[in-house]
Design a protein around this ligand. Structure first.
Ligand code: FES
Length: 100
């Protein structure tokens, strides 16, 4: 199984960079130490609702949306997730863009 990583893309799905991640860490934690920090005022505490990412592709099924995540996301499409509540499946390659 390959290394867990995030591919960050722009609105046109052009690759901006890659971020290595540890299995089971959140997308927020991985992005926070990269050149692509997520928007946030709560530092990953699932309060501000600003750390939204749009998942373009995932090599593994994503975990279910938690009720607190859904409450902050409101009526958004299923590919929009909170980075601080989205755990990376082991070995997964996640392609996403920051924001909605
Ligand atoms: S960082 Fe504030 S809700 Fe995710």
């Amino acid at each position: 199984m390959g290394h867990t990583r995030i591919e960050v893309v722009d609105d046109q799905d052009r690759l901006l960079g890659e971020v290595a991640a540890s299995p089971r860490e959140s997308v927020y934690e991985a992005l926070a130490r990269s050149a692509f920090p997520p928007n946030s005022t709560c530092r990953g505490s699932t309060i501000c609702g600003l750390c939204r990412v749009t998942v373009r592709e995932s090599s593994a099924p994503l975990p279910e949306i938690f009720p607190d995540e859904r409450a902050l996301l409101g009526d958004t499409p299923p590919q929009v997730r909170l980075a601080c509540r989205l755990e990376l499946p082991r070995g997964a390659v996640l392609r996403l863009r920051l924001g909605e």
